[in-house]
Design a protein around this ligand. Structure first.
Ligand code: URA
Length: 426
């Protein structure tokens, strides 16, 4: 087949800060997926985009081309509206677990196609796999049936959604071209739009434990993603939320399931409850349901929906969760108030204890992670327990402790955080 364009011309166009045409973009993504554009050519193009950016039209066209590279899910046969949430990832971010069943308890369907963790941020599927029997892989027919009966599905995203992004993301990872707003926004949105949801709420994290370290960058990423969503006809809203300290008091797979169940039982840490309720409110409003979602956390309906969701995927919601073989406590060295609790360092520690993986094929430990006993703004006395480290593998404790160097600051001045919500972009 004669190709319509030449990759070298397209690379040169972006290298020289010119605008790519819709046809050039459609061709380069398709030809890359087919293997006609070589990895080294796409590497050069990704770096040219990283350095010179793309305008809003190019970003939308790039996203659409990645959507067109694979299948698009179709939920139009459902009797309920669909809504979904995407988080850009953070430490202790277990919000999907209580959120999906909470929203489903109001009769709105939540198709949450998720991934596994890589590096210091945990993966939703790894967390749920801590529940005995729970199954991540569902067929499209099973997803549809569960959305109709239970309302919430959290499962593995099939390989058919935006295959161009899968290839490109792996390439960006090894060519230092991940941290580019046009490339991140189009990568996330292509998968979410291909998922076929009616509306999408984005949780864009800001702070040490997130991709975006400051509010300005996060605002730009959020605005770019909201624009892409709108152009594709998906109602999209973004909340900017704090990720300078971990969310909640538990980091790790089974530990985060445990904390999610506390929230579903009407308790749990204030920040986890605040964010779950804020995201649920946005998702429900987008689906035309105007309620206060705290009600179904308090009256047990969200918990019923959670148990039904876990059982539908062969999990036992009442079975005891796995615990780690070894625990060790980290204590305060002085009296004072916790004024810093670095999300990134705690995320690394949990990862090194065995909760996360360094390579895609590594196994994770269900019970590994960190419990936080003293959170931001809380008073402590010297010798008091600050953290418990959990692992099946005792030698990992020393490596985790190295990551914790400087993670916790104790001072005489109280430092608190009134809300995790920083901004809203629609
Ligand atoms: N998550 C994605 O799916 N893609 C990116 O580029 C960054 C984070």
């Amino acid at each position: 087949m004669t190709e319509k364009f030449d990759a070298v011309d397209i690379i040169r166009t972006k290298r020289d800060r010119e605008v790519l045409s819709e046809h050039q973009i459609a061709w380069v993504i398709d030809a890359y997926t087919r293997g006609v554009v070589a990895e080294e050519q796409m590497s050069a193009l990704a770096m040219a985009i990283f350095l010179n950016g793309m305008n809003p039209d190019e970003i939308s066209q790039w996203t659409q081309a990645m959507i067109n590279s694979g299948e698009v899910m179709d939920f139009s046969s459902l009797t309920k509206p669909t809504t979904d949430k995407h988080s850009t990832g953070g430490v202790g971010d277990k919000i999907t677990l209580p959120l999906a069943p909470l929203v489903a308890s109001y009769g709105v369907a939540v198709p949450q196609l998720s991934g596994r963790g890589l590096g210091h941020t945990g993966g939703t599927l790894d967390k749920l796999e801590a529940i005995p029997g729970w199954r991540a892989n569902l067929s499209n027919d099973e997803i549809l049936a569960q959305l109709e009966s239970v309302g919430a599905v959290i499962c593995a995203a099939g390989s058919g959604l935006a295959p161009a992004d899968k290839k490109l993301y792996a390439l960006r990872d090894i060519t230092s071209t991940v941290e580019s707003i046009p490339l991140i926004a189009s990568s996330i949105m292509s998968k979410k739009i291909a998922e076929g949801t009616d509306s999408l709420i984005l949780d864009v994290k800001v702070g040490s434990g997130a991709f975006m370290k400051n509010l300005e960058q996060a605002r730009q990423l959020a605005t770019t993603m909201v624009e892409i969503g709108k152009q594709a006809g998906t109602h999209t809203v973004a909340l900017l939320t704090d990720m300078s300290v971990p969310l909640g008091r538990k980091i790790g797979n089974a530990l985060e399931v445990e904390e999610s169940v506390e929230v579903l039982a009407g308790g749990g840490p204030a920040d986890v409850v605040e964010l779950t309720v804020a995201l649920a409110r946005e998702m429900l409003l987008a689906a035309g349901v105007d309620v206060d979602p705290t009600e179904n956390l308090e009256n047990g309906l969200a918990m019923d929906s959670w148990k039904a969701m876990i059982r539908a995927q062969d999990g036992d919601p009442d079975a005891p969760l796995p615990t780690a073989k070894h625990t060790e406590t980290v204590v305060a060295e002085s009296d004072g108030v916790i004024s810093g609790l670095d999300a990134l360092k705690l995320g690394y520690a949990s990862w090194k204890l065995g909760a996360g993986r360094a390579r895609k094929e590594d196994p994770v430990q269900a019970g590994a992670g960190v419990t936080i006993h003293a959170h931001l703004g809380e008073p402590v006395k010297a010798g008091q327990a600050l953290l418990t480290l959990h692992t099946d593998d005792e030698p990992r404790v020393e490596r985790a402790k190295e990551s914790l160097e400087g993670a916790i600051t104790i001072s005489t001045m109280a430092s608190t955080r009134d809300s995790v919500l920083l901004d809203r972009i629609s």
